[in-house]
Design a binder for this molecule. Structure first.
Ligand SMILES: NC(=O)c1ccc[n+]([C@@H]2O[C@H](COP(=O)([O-])OP(=O)(O)OC[C@H]3O[C@@H](n4cnc5c(N)ncnc54)[C@H](O)[C@@H]3O)[C@@H](O)[C@H]2O)c1
Length: 356
């Protein structure tokens, strides 16, 4: 028997991509049942485009729709916490865009709420999916890569004043942060997904490209728990856009695709140190089953986790780790000192990372 979950999408900017890439490819798993957006024009246009008849401008209406299984939150970030809390309290499963919430304190509250909730909560980190990143993950997890030495993580994108014409963007109160929060958060999640947790960070942030409150350039030096050293460089002023993750291990060099918005896809550069390691990698990856990029795989794995009650592909602990990195970054930049992980309630930035 198919177990089709009924989905309501809240917010139809990136929410439209969730529909196209994440749900429509899986008609045997999901039914798009309702749409919600404050912008009626957008609501009508996207409702008509996909033939979704149930449309509302009120989130409370969605909460009261008994047949909806999954509420997918794609609104601006400053209201994620409130909407997640309400959706979990209503017993719904929840998908939520990055950044999950606006502080580590709020992330910890959500993790607590989740423990007693009937529904499950999956944060979005779709850059984890694609053949390149998944092959790298398999090689590293199998122990074939050997000792990790160093990594670089570049998010060099471009954003112009037109992008910031959308009122919520560029402001602490509504975007919650800048390039670290909105753009490079994806590649930083990929770094820790592949290289494991961070031990300490020294970072700097600066606003140099656009006339905005939040940072649009950032750099950092990281010590990973496994002893490797990593550097982060992020800017929204790069005329040519790339996302690039490059990792040097004892046995292999691994470098991502440079596609800015889907660096997880093939081809990745995987250069073994010897023919023997090359043969082991080939054997490990023999019979590879393609992993579609981005939301297509993340949503499929979400459905699998729901029906099997198995582990979620991306968890609130992962989302917290991404926010922990950002919190440490802001703290380090402000205090001009190294920040040690984990970052918890003792941190001055635990309840809010906004500048003093
Ligand atoms: N994963 C990714 O690659 C990715 C890409 C872009 C944006 N995002 C994230 O998605 C979120 C939305 O970003 P966006 O670029 O789509 O923004 P957007 O401004 O284009 O769209 C947000 C939509 O939410 C609607 N909205 C606002 N408040 C609402 C409410 N209370 N109820 C219902 N609808 C409401 C707005 O009317 C708007 O149509 C942000 O958190 C952003 O960081 C993620």
């Amino acid at each position: 028997m198919p177990d089709i979950k009924k989905v309501a999408i809240i917010g139809l900017g990136i929410g439209r991509s969730h529909i196209v890439e994440g749900y429509l490819p899986h008609p045997d798993r999901f039914e798009l049942a309702a749409l919600c957006d404050l912008n009626e024009e957008r609501l009508e246009a996207i409702g008509s485009e996909f033939g979704i008849e149930r449309r509302t401008t009120r989130f409370a209406d969605v909460i009261n729709m008994d047949d909806i299984d999954i509420i997918d939150i794609c609104t601006p970030p400053s209201i994620h916490f409130e909407l997640i809390s309400q959706a979990l309290a209503a017993g719904k499963h929840v998908v939520c865009e990055k950044p999950l919430v606006g502080s580590l304190a709020d992330a910890d509250t959500i993790i607590e709420l989740e423990k007693s909730a009937r529904g499950r909560l999956m944060p979005i980190f779709q850059y984890r999916y694609g053949d390149g990143v998944q092959k790298a993950k398999r090689i590293i997890d199998a122990g074939l890569a050997g000792k990790p030495y160093a990594a670089t993580c570049e998010t060099h994108w471009i954003r112009t004043p037109e992008y910031y014409a959308v009122p919520w963007r560029g402001k602490w109160a509504t975007e919650l942060g800048g390039v670290l929060m909105t753009q490079s958060i994806h590649l930083h999640d990929m770094l820790t997904y592949l290289m494991g947790p961070i031990e300490a960070l020294f970072g700097r942030v600066s606003t140099r490209v656009n006339d905005i409150e939040v940072e649009d350039c950032a750099s950092a030096s990281l010590l990973m728990q496994n002893g490797a050293l990593a550097t982060i460089s992020a800017t929204l002023g790069s005329v040519e856009q790339i996302s690039r993750l490059r990792m040097c291990f004892e046995n292999v060099l691994i470098e991502s695709n440079h596609e800015p918005y889907s660096p997880g896809q093939d081809p990745w550069k995987i250069v073994p140190v010897s023919e023997e390691i090359g043969r082991k990698i080939d054997a490990l990856l023999a019979g590879w089953q393609p992993v579609p990029i981005r939301f297509e795989t993340q949503m499929r794995l979400f459905h699998e986790a729901l029906v099997s009650a198995g582990p979620l592909p991306v968890t609130t602990v992962d989302a917290r780790a991404a926010l922990e990195l950002v919190t440490a970054f802001y703290e380090s930049s402000e205090t001009r000192s190294e920040v040690k992980f984990p970052v918890g309630p003792e941190s001055a930035k635990y309840k809010s990372w906004r500048p003093v």
